[in-house]
Design a protein around this ligand. Structure first.
Ligand SMILES: [Zn+2]
Ligand SMILES: [Zn+2]
Length: 340
């Protein structure tokens, strides 16, 4: 029986899940940001201004959905504080389950630094009553993720490379929904994220999805990384559920058209690519490459050898498409218990 691993839906919606405006430290006002993303073919933007969960339902239109979200930042103040470049700074984005949500269980008022003080004018009074102290410890981050998950928020670990965080910092994170594998703003400055933190967490049994996003603060860091969401309708509930289920892929260029599984063979259909590969939690990877100077739009992978061994507890496969410009698309991981 043929199975669609990337669901066939009525539509695919291009989304930037990480955006700043003048409400925090972005340089453009929110209406301009909306207009620019719309003009570049985006249907969804998560306005994730720092520390302020602000619904923007007034920006909704038949072709555009503002996702209600915000970014939480926590500095490692145990390191020297006279030079910001030494400080690790863990940032996470929280996407709300409901569009009119203006209160989160996480409000780390300590982190409202002077540059974004003006966001306090927009934060709900109820939110200001929430006290949630966060130190830079795995325990505090996990308590935050758990509290957010309990209220239905999707939590993404942002730009690990810019944050100068390594496995020692994030290896113990539990309950994340996403990790940024690409952040346009960070990459532009030279902090280029990778899939490694995602594989590190997946190998421990965490079910995390790759997210490519702009983290745009100005027009210079727009339109570099996005997710393409498969959903039937453009509304907050439908997009939230698709995100929660992993019905999307991350990209800096190429597209997945279809990923199907039939008789242990996965067929990946994609936009023109020079290479398509499968990778997994064990030393099982395989790449299908185009002839020099040409491209492919389909690749087949035989999973028989992978699936015939008794499955490891944390098994998964995932797919990558690379185009001629070196841009990449990453599928979500497909877990062994979904494949057999
Ligand atoms: Zn950040
Ligand atoms: Zn940000």
């Amino acid at each position: 029986m043929k199975r669609e691993l990337l669901p066939i839906t009525k539509a695919a919606y291009k989304a930037n899940l990480h955006t700043h405006t003048t409400l925090s430290d972005g340089s453009q006002d929110i209406k301009t940001v909306k207009q620019q993303y719309k003009e570049h073919g985006y249907s969804v933007v998560a306005f994730s201004d720092h520390e302020g969960l602000l619904p923007h339902t007034d920006l909704k239109d038949p072709d555009f959905l503002p996702l209600t979200s915000y970014e939480v930042a926590v500095n490692d103040n145990s390191r020297r504080t006279d030079d910001y470049s030494f400080i690790k700074s863990c940032h996470m984005n929280l996407i709300a389950p409901e569009e009119d949500c203006s209160v989160s269980p996480i409000f780390n008022i300590d982190q409202i630094w002077p540059r974004i003080e003006h966001i306090k004018n927009y934060i709900s009074e109820e939110q200001k009553q929430v006290a949630f102290h966060l130190d830079y410890t795995t325990e505090d981050f996990n308590n935050m993720i758990a509290a957010a998950n309990e209220k239905g928020f999707l939590v993404t670990f942002n730009h690990p490379v810019w944050s100068t965080m390594n496995y020692v910092d994030y290896g113990g994170f539990r309950g994340l929904w996403g990790v940024e594998c690409y952040n346009t703003g960070a990459a532009r400055e030279g902090y280029v994220d990778t899939m490694q933190p995602i594989d590190d967490l997946l190998m421990q049994g965490e079910k995390v999805f790759p997210v490519a996003a702009d983290d745009s603060h100005s027009l210079k860091d727009c339109f570099g990384g996005w997710v393409m969401i498969r959903a039937d309708e453009l509304n907050h509930k439908s997009i939230y559920i698709a995100l929660k289920n992993g019905d999307f892929y991350a990209s800096t260029g190429p597209d997945f058209e279809a990923i199907t599984l039939e008789n242990n063979i996965v067929t990946v259909k994609c936009s023109p690519a020079v290479k398509v590969f499968v990778s997994s939690e064990r030393r099982f990877a395989h790449a299908v490459k185009a002839e020099e100077g040409s491209t492919i739009t389909e690749a087949k992978f035989d999973l028989t050898n992978y699936l015939k061994f008794s499955p490891f507890e944390n098994g998964y496969i995932r797919f990558t498409v690379v185009d001629a410009a070196g841009k990449e698309a990453h599928s979500r991981p497909y877990f062994l218990n979904e494949l057999i």
